[in-house]
Design a protein around this ligand. Structure first.
Ligand SMILES: [Zn+2]
Length: 452
């Protein structure tokens, strides 16, 4: 045996060992006994169901399933089981503060490094998973690709967290969302990490390719952040280029004209509901364009009563017009008032995210429709409904359990007792049990998409 074939033999043995490990992991069966099982697609619940989970995926669901010998049994007979929750618009790696930034997020970009921001994102992911969020769309303002790094780390099995659908930097016409000084713009080494300036068709194509190359799973455009924002043709070009990498396009919209251009171009998701009129809602419903309204409630740590009234009225109108609504927060801030009134403890990122239910309640949207928005429409907007979401055979086992009935009382979602992600238990009896998620290396291979 020469040196080369010895090396090959050694590599082959390693590959085989890896295969055997993977097989023994996938044959592990868990049987979940669910007191009630909600199907948010139909807004119905079935009693006394068994969910068999094999490895990372759901194997079978039904009332009278035989539980294989040796299966791990999880008794949720007193709880209601449902798919994990989705925040369809958030910012995991941006947390601007009153001190020292005076809430001006441009300063966060300058003062916090990409590695620090990636670690913040990892912490936010754990907090969100603890509140039942198993999927989040992370749409920009993530330093130098902290978002795609987090997605890779999660997929490889380094740590627990929701499935992350990252956009990479937001693509906008010159200046992005900010008004950089000539010094910043011409040197292009301070403002650049947070926005990619792309004006011409060639620049738009290149920016989208760059984000997909570095691991984006969705594309985010600033439609109208500047008076020289994107035309209908620009947006159509972005949609067709993004499709080459299986990415859908979200448009940040802040003017009625921008909203109309995004709708005319057939964009997949419109972010922020404030500039939308009832006529826009009508057209979005007709075209099936998702709304990530980022519907901020009025709390002691955020918002104003006047802004809240507008937000509630717009959300209500969008619901009445049957726009495909998603639950979305735009969460990216922190201040000293984010404490629980009763305990004085800090609220977690997950608790403050689910608190956005206040807006949906104020808009009098029925609980089953809110549940549909925070699950089914979220999975569709994230474009992963074919692999995650429904609690059906073949889908990833991402599911949560709560006391009470969220089909009639949406506040039941505020106290998640059980979380399973990729078939592994992350939370049980209201307590995090994340140890199985931590590994000393990349133990899971990415799920087969064309990039890393
Ligand atoms: Zn945002």
């Amino acid at each position: 045996m020469n040196k080369l074939s010895r090396t090959s033999g050694f590599l082959l043995a390693l590959v085989l060992a890896g295969t055997i490990t993977a097989q023994s992991q996938t044959t592990k069966i868990t049987a979940i006994k669910a007191g009630r099982l909600i199907d948010p697609e139909t807004g119905t619940a079935a009693g006394n169901q068994v969910i068999l989970v094999e490895g990372e995926k759901i194997k079978a669901v039904g009332p009278d399933l035989a539980i294989p010998a040796g299966a791990t049994i999880i008794d949720l007979a007193k709880l209601t089981v449902l798919p994990g929750l989705v925040d369809a618009h958030t910012h995991m790696a941006l947390t601007y503060k009153e001190q020292p930034e005076n809430n001006y997020y441009y300063l966060t970009y300058v003062m916090e490094s990409s590695p620090l921001r990636a670690i913040e994102a990892a912490s936010n992911g754990i907090q969100l998973l603890n509140s039942g969020f198993t999927v989040i769309r992370d749409v920009g303002n993530n330093a130098m690709y902290a978002d795609t790094a987090l997605r890779q780390a999660l997929e490889q099995g380094w740590l627990p967290g929701p499935t992350v659908i990252p956009s990479g930097p937001i693509i906008g016409s010159t200046g992005g969302q900010l008004w950089p000084t000539p010094e910043m713009y011409k040197e292009h080494n301070i403002v650049f990490p947070e926005y990619i300036d792309a004006d011409s068709p060639a620049e738009i194509v290149k920016a989208i390719r760059q984000n997909m190359l570095f691991g984006a799973r969705t594309i985010k455009l600033c439609i109208d952040c500047k008076p020289w924002g994107y035309s209908v043709d620009d947006i159509r070009l972005a949609i067709s280029e993004a499709a080459k990498g299986d990415c859908k396009v979200e448009g940040h919209v802040q003017t009625p004209d921008g909203a109309q251009r995004a709708i005319d171009a057939g964009i997949y998701i419109i972010a922020h509901g404030n500039a939308l009129t009832p006529e826009h809602h009508r057209q979005m419903a007709e075209k099936g364009i998702f709304l990530a309204g980022t519907d901020t409630p009025f709390t002691k740590y955020r918002g104003s009563e006047a802004a809240f009234k507008v937000t509630v009225a717009k959300l209500r109108d969008a619901w009445e017009k049957k726009v495909p609504l998603t639950f979305s927060t735009d969460f990216d801030y922190w201040n000293e008032r984010m404490k629980d009134d009763k305990t004085g403890e800090w609220l977690t990122r997950g608790e403050m995210t689910i608190a956005f239910l206040d807006t949906w309640k104020a808009a009098n949207i029925p609980a089953r429709d809110v549940l549909h928005a925070i699950t089914i429409n979220g999975y569709k907007a994230a474009d992963i409904i074919k692999e995650r979401g429904p609690i059906k055979p073949g889908f990833f086992a991402d599911l949560i359990a709560v006391s009470g009935d969220p089909l009639t009382d949406i506040d039941a979602l505020r106290s998640v007792q059980f979380v399973m992600k990729n078939g592994m238990v992350f939370k049980k009896d209201g307590v995090m049990t994340p140890e199985k998620f931590f590994h000393p290396g990349p133990v899971r291979t990415p799920n087969g998409r064309w990039t890393r």
